[in-house]
Design a protein around this ligand. Structure first.
Ligand SMILES: NC(=O)c1ccc[n+]([C@@H]2O[C@H](COP(=O)([O-])OP(=O)(O)OC[C@H]3O[C@@H](n4cnc5c(N)ncnc54)[C@H](OP(=O)(O)O)[C@@H]3O)[C@@H](O)[C@H]2O)c1
Length: 276
């Protein structure tokens, strides 16, 4: 197998670092694209992108914080231009399932003239252990909107495995994959599973989207982060079409998607939910 040069943008993040590890284990040469790497890659400093792309064959793209935010479309357009200049042969874009704004960014990649795969993911399991839901879990009280939403949480290990396949096998060129877990859960179901597996009492409190936004403002969170979270809760989780469970992980990896309970058992064993 030929060793390839692959830039993983967001290569220290939830999906990216797992992709970096898998590609390195397979003998590929990986460059991590992030602000803390050399050459550094910063979405806010396009003048540095050419250096990060130089000598690379393929690119995995995760945009920060989300393809739905204002400015994402212009950034993806510019990255695609730079990628063409650098003669990149393949782009794999991580997108959000059910995000209309993200689809505009997907279109830029689709019409880039470069081979591509779009990987649209549902909400990540790891939002409960490696992201903004970890702190409320540790505090023992999780207040969230959309209590009735049935969410097909997907595991980032599955997303990473699909992205690696997409990067390495040309048969995935031109495809849009929709990745979900094998079943839906409500937030309350998810919190109950986490509480049981970590032997803790964690209370789930349903709130409205405006109440949730108010709570974030009181906690002095940045206004653009509040906008994004409100958007995701309204547009993505508020849309019943996004409860759909897909078979794409099974089709691509030839095995079942990781179940939320498996994620919970594996993660509880690390002790991360028992740190307080
Ligand atoms: N969470 C979900 O449920 C979900 C669902 C569907 C899609 N998504 C999409 O997944 C993407 C995020 O992927 P992820 O969760 O794997 O990443 P992540 O865990 O959010 O990782 C952050 C990564 O991005 C880098 N980073 C942060 N700010 C940056 C900047 N300004 N410029 C360049 N790099 C920056 C970080 O490294 P440095 O700090 O070193 O720069 C790190 O490598 C987003 O586009 C999101 O929309 C998320």
């Amino acid at each position: 197998m030929k060793s390839e040069n692959i830039l993983v943008i967001g290569g220290t993040g939830k999906t990216g670092r797992r992709i970096v590890q898998q590609l390195q284990e397979l003998g590929h040469h990986v460059r991590v694209g992030s602000r803390s790497n050399q050459p550094s890659f910063d979405w806010h400093q396009p003048e540095g992108w050419a250096e990060a792309l130089e000598g690379m064959d393929k690119v995995y793209i995760t945009y920060q914080p989300d393809l739905a935010v204002p400015g994402a479309l212009a950034a993806i357009e510019q990255l695609v231009k730079e990628a063409k200049r650098a003669q990149i042969k393949k782009l794999v874009l991580l997108s959000g399932k059910g995000e209309r704004e993200a689809e505009l960014c997907e279109q830029v990649v689709i019409h880039s003239g470069i081979a591509y795969t779009i990987v649209r993911a549902s909400w990540f399991n790891q939002n409960f252990s490696e992201s903004f839901l970890l702190d409320p879990i540790l505090e023992g009280v999780v207040a969230l909107p959309q209590a009735a939403a049935q969410i097909p949480f997907v595991d980032v290990q599955d997303i990473a495995a699909v992205a690696v396949e997409a990067l390495l096998d040309e048969k995935h060129n031109g495809h849009i994959y929709q990745l979900t877990g094998p079943r839906t859960l409500t937030f309350n179901d998810a919190i109950n599973e986490i509480a049981k597996a970590s032997n803790r009492t964690i209370t789930f409190i349903p709130v409205s989207v405006p109440e949730y936004g108010e709570g974030m403002r009181k906690a002095n969170l940045p206004e653009d982060f509040i906008w994004l979270i409100e958007y995701l809760f309204t547009e993505v989780l508020g849309n019943p079409n996004n409860s759909e469970v897909t078979e794409d992980i099974q089709k691509i990896l030839g095995r079942k998607a990781i179940d939320f309970s498996d994620y919970v058992q594996r993660t509880a064993a690390t002790g991360i939910w028992n740190k307080n």
